[in-house]
Design a protein around this ligand. Structure first.
Ligand SMILES: [Fe+2]
Ligand SMILES: [Fe+2]
Length: 234
């Protein structure tokens, strides 16, 4: 089982890196992938977890969440600015989630609600656990992208490095908060919950690879047809 998953992850990695390289071959490709990130950042910013009013979060956590939310908003602004630079047009936020992300969020929310009664701090714990696993996924995604761009002269690289640094802090903060909120008797329940969350994330990861690959393939097709057509047209 574990070996199967490792193999699958290795295959996904093999798909994602070349797909990223293809996307970086043109400003349109680069803007396309940054738009995917922008959507992610905007969801992160709006995520219910960051809605401190609705959750009875202790003061120390509420203070951190305000900072966390500001980080995600800043990431979205940085991405928008870079997309505008690449395309010459302002990057518009779509404001709505794609159907697959919606499916994922609904699944995660159902898991969180079911798990909530098992914890002394209620819904706050499963929501933090969800955020923790999502932030970890963010770290993986940005770390991979930074690695692919390493050594290249593009303003996208320092920007992604900055975002990556923050996402790592978000992971650490979620871990720290969970350690404070979850008692030793609740620890097994947390482990079980994390496995459930990760299953949903993994299903989504396969799709993410497919989307990246398709985007790369479409762009590559587009650029090779325009290359072969241009000389004939001129
Ligand atoms: Fe972020
Ligand atoms: Fe984050």
């Amino acid at each position: 089982m574990v070996l199967g998953m490792e193999l699958r992850d290795a295959v996904l990695e093999r798909v994602k890196r070349p797909a990223l390289r293809v996307l970086h071959a043109s400003p349109a490709g680069e803007a396309a992938i940054l738009r995917v990130y922008l959507e992610g950042e905007e969801h992160a910013e709006r995520a219910v977890l960051l809605d401190t009013e609705r959750l009875a979060a202790p003061d120390w956590l509420a203070r951190w969440l305000v900072k966390h939310r500001a980080d995600e908003a800043r990431h979205a602004e940085m991405l928008k600015a870079r997309i505008a630079e690449l395309t010459g047009k302002p990057a518009m936020a779509t404001g709505k989630m794609d159907p697959v992300s919606r499916w994922k969020m609904r699944r995660l929310e159902a898991i969180a609600r079911r798990a909530a009664p098992r914890f002394r701090h209620g819904l706050l714990v499963p929501l933090l656990a969800t955020a923790w696993r999502m932030e970890r996924m963010g770290v993986r995604v940005f770390a991979r992208h930074v690695e692919v761009l390493e050594g290249k002269e593009t303003p996208t690289l320092p920007m992604l490095r900055k975002i990556l640094r923050d996402e790592k802090k978000h992971v650490a903060a979620c871990e720290w908060a969970l350690a404070r909120l979850v008692s030793s008797q609740e620890w097994n329940d947390l482990q079980r919950l994390v496995l459930q969350i990760d299953r949903v994330e993994r299903a989504f990861g396969v799709l993410g690879a497919v989307i990246l690959f398709t985007m790369g393939a479409l762009l590559w097709l587009g650029s090779s047809t325009s290359r072969s057509l241009t000389p004939a047209a001129t």
